[in-house]
Design a protein around this ligand. Structure first.
Ligand SMILES: Nc1nc2c(c(=O)[nH]1)N[C@H]1C(S)=C(S)[C@@H](COP(=O)(O)OP(=O)(O)OC[C@H]3O[C@@H](n4cnc5c(=O)[nH]c(N)nc54)[C@H](O)[C@@H]3O)O[C@H]1N2
Ligand SMILES: Nc1nc2c(c(=O)[nH]1)N[C@H]1C(S)=C(S)[C@@H](COP(=O)(O)OP(=O)(O)OC[C@H]3O[C@@H](n4cnc5c(=O)[nH]c(N)nc54)[C@H](O)[C@@H]3O)O[C@H]1N2
Ligand code: SF4
Ligand SMILES: [Mo]
Length: 747
């Protein structure tokens, strides 16, 4: 497929432009929001400029928030010196002001109560709410041990609560950004190269000659500098190869779009290895010097020909060969992108291994245009006593997954359901900055667990669905209203960024650090919180790092020179990889010793039964998960998700564009809300697609309530990755209901 290359850039610019053109919050300065800092400064003389980093997603772009004398944020723009954003925010970041301005925000602490037999929330003072929480912390510790109080968290508030929990004696901590997101790729790449990919990914997209995206939909996935670098790479005539059952934005700008049959990626990658090895187009010197297990791999893939893969993936052998040669031709300036949300089919560590092995064969790790060696500066630890040692923690809970490197949310949740085999009883839960009812599948399990909990507290900025299960709800102020930890980022050059409050907290909301300290002080942990304001912590840290808060307030971001090693491998360098063998492990002894396949194997996954379609989901450029659906600015850009349906399917079922339908999945779960149909060739006939994060069921979200379908509700079947515990979520099948299942039909 040949496509116009310029258009991709236009599309991303248009997306970004649209963010301010149609949002009222930017009327005043509207079209300056996407300008670079220099241009914007000239028109912003009368506004206060505060250093921050964006919390609309976890890329954490450094930014400037501009506010006026009335404590109102006028706009947010990117910091020119920031390697995460190169001076430009994505539409979500620009719309971040809506997180602050949203009138639906949580405004005061709430406590669950019963009035006339009905459970409801009543407003409470911070003192009352914190005293209650503190008494529960003490009570749970006395009755069951501190370990029984679990923390599910995400983002910067999570860091402060993590400190509180560890000080209290609990490391029963997990976040959906591991098992429901990138855990499997970290395990797969770690097994192969000895290091995690981490965030941001050390992909040298800017200088690449060939970028291979396997289900990674950069362009809709708006991780900022990655998108910008991809635009540059396209400008520089890099070849983009996209493997996706859906014509993603990236696919539409690619030289090759391989519309793979879902769940068959490992077969394609084995065939690529077969071609690259048989045609001897791998990087021989690199493979010889840096890898181990090549002969085993060669034997392993000998029969996995493109013809074999064709029968599985539906991709023509000639296409498989051509794309393999393109990659080899560009090598080592080639990236088989590791993806990010990779919890798909349960064999995800092995799929990540296949990606890693391809990068190994093509010699792209440690090479210009491939993967660079990332570097980070460490932030000095603010002094506090040692954490007590818990009797059990997240790793015990996840013990059946030998390579789990972080807590597994679903396993922690299962521990809340009492049973005689449950060695690790979870009795209370704090949820901070994660909307688990949307980000963790299997609602039934979640509800059962939450029913069993003795106590649950939620810290959020919004009345998200998850708050409905809480005993106490705490309103955090938004990132624009608080200090937070210093952002230390791994990039080509290390950098730090600070977040200072641009305005005073609205309503009766408070920063996460303050909440953690208040609870800590109340339960005898004051020694862990020896400051009255988090500002003191970062002041102390910045001074130790040779800068100051005053300096950082002026510059926002500080870049440091590299000190660890050159960005790429030097010619013939004797480099030892941090794996057990010191080499890139094409064959993994570690996996073999644990009883797993030492090299990736393709296994067939279940297919949709007659009348059902595979539920596929992903991102929209102007939204982040479920957190932005109600954002006044971003809701204006897209207020609901649509169901992508192939015209062939639409014909069979008799669906029309814009028609509202409901979904029912393989386990008989019917969607609470309906969704409008979008008939498009861009999706294969065996799947349907929707953007994640819609279908909110809390009426307090006045803009988002009832808009579209919540994909998570339809995900009741999960496939655990036996290696690291990832939650495979792409094996659910839905059938389309054209009649409202909740309305009694006339007989
Ligand atoms: N079905 C399905 N499930 C998924 C995914 C999917 O695509 N489909 N994606 C997966 C992936 S990749 C990930 S990383 C996870 C993400 O999962 P989550 O981290 O749960 O993401 P969000 O849905 O954004 O929920 C974030 C919550 O934090 C709140 N919040 C926002 N800012 C702040 C703040 O400053 N302070 C506090 N205290 N709270 C704040 C928001 O209001 C929201 O309730 O979900 C995973 N789960
Ligand atoms: N705008 C925006 N950007 C974001 C986020 C956001 O919420 N909003 N979240 C960020 C986060 S935390 C993450 S983890 C990333 C996630 O984004 P990515 O890691 O880029 O993508 P995934 O969500 O894994 O995959 C989505 C793509 O996979 C395709 N796909 C589905 N099944 C298959 C299959 O079997 N094989 C192949 N080859 N492809 C398949 C889908 O059609 C879709 O295009 O996005 C990040 N960027
Ligand atoms: S990528 Fe966008 S939403 Fe994410 S941190 Fe950067 S500007 Fe914010
Ligand atoms: Mo993620």
């Amino acid at each position: 497929m040949t496509t116009s290359r310029r258009k991709f850039i236009k599309i991303s610019a248009l997306g970004l432009g649209g963010a301010f053109a149609s949002t009222s919050a930017f009327n005043l300065f509207g079209n300056t929001s996407y300008l670079s800092e220099k241009t914007a400064q000239s028109i912003s003389k009368n506004l206060k400029k505060s250093a921050t980093y964006c919390e609309v997603c976890f890329w954490k772009c450094a930014a400037w928030a501009y506010s006026d004398e009335n404590n109102t944020i006028k706009k947010i723009i990117g910091n020119d010196n920031d390697p995460h954003c190169y001076g430009r925010l994505c539409p979500r970041g620009t719309g971040g002001v809506g997180m602050y301005a949203d009138e639906d925000r949580l405004k005061t602490p709430l406590i669950r109560t019963t009035i006339n037999g009905e459970e409801t929330f009543r407003e409470a003072s911070w003192d009352e709410a914190l005293d209650l929480i503190a008494s529960k912390f003490k009570n749970i510790k006395e009755k069951y041990g501190a370990e029984s109080f679990a923390l599910l968290k995400h983002g910067s508030p999570g860091k402060h609560l993590e400190h509180l929990f560890k000080a209290y004696g609990s490391d029963t901590i997990a976040e959906p950004a591991y098992a429901q997101c990138r855990g499997a790729r970290e395990a797969g790449f770690n097994l192969t190269f000895g290091s995690w990919i981490g965030s941001p990914e050390p992909t040298d997209i800017r200088d690449t000659k060939c970028l291979v995206l396997i289900g990674s939909h950069i362009g809709e996935n708006m991780h900022n500098s990655q998108v910008q670098e991809m635009s540059d790479a396209i400008d520089n005539k890099a070849t983009i190869i996209t493997v996706d059952p859906r014509l993603s934005t990236a696919a539409s700008k690619s030289k090759y779009w391989l519309a793979i049959k879902p769940a068959t990626d490992i077969a394609l990658m084995l065939a690529w290895m077969n071609v690259i090895i048989n045609e001897e187009i791998y990087d021989k010197a690199y493979v010889e010097k840096y890898t181990t297990g090549f002969e085993e791999l060669k034997k392993h893939v000998a029969n996995f020909t493109p013809e074999w893969a064709y029968g599985i993936t539906t991709i023509q052998p000639a296409e498989i060969r051509k794309t393999a040669r393109e990659m080899a031709h560009a090598a080592p300036a080639v990236i088989i992108h590791p993806g990010r949300h990779v919890s798909w089919y349960g064999d995800d560590t092995q799929r990540a291994r296949a990606m890693a092995i391809l990068n190994g064969l093509l010699g792209s790790w440690g090479r210009r245009g491939g993967f660079y060696f990332k570097e980070k500066v460490s932030i000095p630890k603010y002094p506090h006593p040692k954490y007590p040692h818990p009797k059990w923690d997240w790793s015990d809970i996840g013990e059946k997954f030998p390579l789990a490197q972080m807590g597994i949310t679903t396993e922690v949740i299962k521990c809340a359901i009492p049973s005689k085999d449950n060695k690790y009883p979870v009795k209370a839960l704090m949820v901070a900055g994660t909307n688990i009812t949307k980000s963790i599948p299997n609602k039934k399990l979640l509800e059962e667990a939450m029913n069993e909990l003795e106590f649950m507290v939620v810290l959020d900025t919004m009345p998200m669905d998850v708050t409905g299960y809480a005993d106490v709800v705490l309103p955090e102020c938004t990132y624009l209203e608080r200090y937070d930890g210093i952002r230390s980022a791994t990039n080509r050059e290390p950098s730090i960024a600070v977040r200072v409050p641009a305005v005073k907290p609205k309503y009766d909301s408070k920063p996460g650090w303050w909440v953690a300290k208040q609870i800590g002080d109340r339960i005898g942990l004051s020694d862990y919180f020896r400051y009255s304001n988090y500002k003191e912590v970062i002041e102390w840290q910045l001074q130790k790092m040779g800068t100051s808060l005053d300096e950082m307030k002026k510059i926002g971001v500080k870049n440091f020179p590299r000190t660890s090693r050159p960005l790429y491998l030097e010619e013939n360098e004797n480099y030892e990889f941090p794996t057990e063998s010191g080499k890139i492990e094409l064959y993994s002894k570690e996996l073999e010793n644990l009883g797993f396949d030492a090299m990736p194997v393709y296994t067939k996954h279940p297919e949709p039964p007659q009348g059902f379609y595979r539920l596929n989901y992903g991102r929209a450029p102007m939204h982040t998960f479920s957190r932005t659906a109600n954002n006044p600015n971003l809701n204006g850009l897209k207020s609901e998700n649509n169901l992508w349906v192939n015209p062939k399917v639409a014909r069979i079922i008799g669906l029309k564009k814009g028609q509202s339908v409901w979904l029912k999945n393989q386990d008989g779960v019917t969607s609470t809300f309906s969704i409008k149909v979008r008939v498009t060739e861009r999706i294969r006939w065996d799947s349907v697609y929707m953007v994640h994060g819609f279908g909110h069921d809390n009426k307090k979200l006045t803009r988002a309530f009832g808009k579209g379908i919540n994909d998570t509700q339809m995900i009741t079947k999960t496939m655990d990755d036996p290696i690291m515990g990832g939650t495979g979520m792409r094996g659910n099948f839905v059938t389309i209901l054209t009649k409202n299942p909740y309305k009694k039909q006339a007989i």
